[in-house]
Write a protein that binds this ligand. Structure first.
Ligand code: SF4
Length: 389
């Protein structure tokens, strides 16, 4: 039936079905139950009702015109075209090893979020990331802030109106450079306006911070390179501030996506080894001789909210995680050390050559924006979609 030009099944699909049948049997049952697509499923259901095998055979020959299409001899000859070889024996799985010479905190974050995603992205380079309006918003905003602080390293000394006007112009020009990356002119305009509103709130926060304790921005997009137990790491610090009085530095990470809403939540992520970004920057700057006293995530996503960083002050002694919803908290040095140890352990795992497969995440929310979801048959489904599989 599959070979018949009247089956409606393309030749290559028919061959695939036949191969599947050779391995698993029950092909026609599957087609009749519409678990596999074939235009003759309805005909099969009718043929099933014919109790007598010979009658069924004749009906098949008639419906699919097997005799009229060159006669039995040709049918026999055609039968040879679908003679199947033995199914291939699966090759033994080989261990895989990270090929890249250098790691980054975001690479390890991807691994702990979903090892399969890490495999697709960092081992296979499976999909070219074309970016999204959210990512271009982030890129343009980062570029504008880098230019601003290059010109005004001491925001407290600047004229507030000038600072605000300068950032407005820098945001416009940064977005203009990325204009063609946005899908539509409307999307571009919406994102640009969102950035402008957020930029105003950023300047308000910046000036208030400088008034509270004056500081100097010592670098933006600062390369952070570090070797830990033979594993090389690289990253870029969005902003590094030095306190004018104490000389201690604060690491600032701009966030244009969703982040923890309070300090305790962010510390818990670090404690559970879900986020290595700021611990890595801590160790990179410490290796450079800085005294890092503060790690901060600066949310730049929501133009309607005031800019309110999530801050963790590094303390030398252990401390309990409070239940407070405060944006400011502490992180003991011991937890940063544990994060560093876990980073090294993960690098050892990834370069051991032992993993033969990379598990998918158990958290369906990780799949929402995953570029690999279309290829990822094992991905977990959100509870409300499980019965729709
Ligand atoms: S779709 Fe989900 S499970 Fe699959 S790689 Fe992406 S994040 Fe992992």
């Amino acid at each position: 039936m599959l070979q018949s030009p009247f089956s409606g099944v393309p030749q290559e699909l028919g061959a695939a079905y036949a191969a599947l049948s050779a391995n698993e049997g029950g092909l026609l049952d599957r087609v009749a139950q519409e678990r596999m697509l074939a235009p003759f499923a309805a005909a099969l259901r009718e043929l099933e009702k014919l109790q007598d095998g010979e009658t069924a055979r004749q009906e098949i020959v008639r419906r699919f015109q097997l005799e009229t299409d060159g006669g039995p001899a040709a049918a026999t000859e055609r039968a040879g075209t679908l003679t199947l070889c033995e199914p291939a024996v699966p090759e033994p799985r080989l261990g895989m090893s990270a090929a890249r010479p250098r790691f980054s905190a975001s690479q390890l974050n991807a691994y702990v979020e979903c090892p399969r995603k890490w495999f697709y992205r960092y081992m296979c380079g499976a999909v070219e990331d074309k970016g999204s309006s959210a990512s271009f918003y982030g890129t343009a905003f980062h570029a504008a802030l880098e230019a601003l602080h290059g010109e005004f390293p001491r925001p407290g000394d600047a004229d507030p109106a000038e600072l605000s006007l300068k950032l407005e112009g820098l945001v416009n020009s940064a977005f203009d450079r990325h204009r063609n990356n946005f899908e539509t002119p409307v999307e571009y305009e919406l994102q640009r306006r969102r950035a402008q509103r957020t930029a105003k709130k950023y300047v308000e926060w910046l000036l208030a911070e400088a008034k509270r304790a004056s500081f100097t921005v010592v670098g933006c997009e600062l390369p952070a390179e570090l070797e830990m137990e033979g594993y090389e790491f690289i990253g870029y610090i969005d902003r590094l501030d030095r306190d004018d009085k104490t000389g201690a530095v604060a690491v600032i990470d701009y966030k244009t996506g969703t982040i923890a809403t309070n300090a305790a939540e962010y510390r818990e992520k670090i404690r559970r080894f879900k986020d290595f970004q700021l611990p890595f920057y801590y160790w990179a700057r410490t290796a450079e001789g800085d005294r890092v006293w503060k790690l901060a995530l600066l949310p730049l996503k929501d133009a309607l909210l005031d800019v309110q960083p999530v801050v963790l002050e590094v303390v030398p002694v252990p401390s309990e995680i409070g239940r407070s919803q405060s944006a400011t908290g502490v992180i003991p040095l011991s937890e940063l050390e544990r994060a560093r140890e876990r980073m090294i352990e993960i690098c050892a795992e990834l370069t051991s050559g032992k993993p033969t497969a990379f598990a998918v995440t158990a958290d369906p929310s990780a799949c929402t924006y995953c570029a690999y979801s279309i290829a990822c048959a094992d991905r977990p489904y959100p509870p409300d979609q499980r019965f729709g599989r």
